[in-house]
Design a protein around this ligand. Sequence first.
Ligand code: PRP
Ligand code: URA
Length: 215
Amino acid sequence: MDIKTMPNVHVLDHPLLLHKISQIRKVTTQTNEFRQLVKEIAVIEGLEAFRELPTKNVTIQTPLEETVEPVIEPDSLCFVPILRAGLGMVDGLLELIPGAHVGHIGMYRNEETHQPVEYFCKLPKNIADLDVYLIDPMLATGGSAIDAVEALRKRGVKKLHFLCIIAAPEGVEAFEEKYPDVPLYIGALDRQLNENAYICPGLGDAGDRIFGTIQ
Ligand code: PRP
Ligand code: URA
């Protein structure tokens, strides 16, 4: 099935988002600018993903009269970055919804097998009742995202979404096969993985570029 026709896969196309993704791809973009752009990209992706948020009507008082108006419920939301690179997107989302909860899942890919290894998981106690947005800039083989969804499902999470900046077709297909019910928001869909399971053209190692740990 063509990825762009998968019902729960949203490949975003806002020109400003595409422009900023082009900037983070550049090998010359340094850590400070990279980090700032990732945050701004998260804001734009958040605006797209949060279109689906439910609203409830509450009574408020304007300077002129009482009126019934829609509001969201920040307390019902949780952002869960996959460490490390997902951390780069948290502040952007919190700028949009400062009252959301934040949980953390730590995963790293074994460099030889490319399999994800979970090393940390700290989530709000009521995570099962929250609307969870799992975030990671890169969806490569899909292994980290799939394991993180599994970890959240195991803890009772029912409402789940995944936001990434760049995805490889291989990762989207693997994720969709496992979790076709989880909406996937993608900034850019790239060509393919290389032999080291890096996304091409991609941007390199997102965690290293956000945290300046490139050797
Ligand atoms: C990167 C990225 C994802 C993962 C994607 O993390 O941030 O978590 O790789 O690859 P996958 O889809 O093949 O699992 P990495 O393992 O480099 O860890 P880091 O963020 O700590 O650098
Ligand atoms: N993780 C990254 O940070 N980049 C890739 O291209 C693949 C996995």
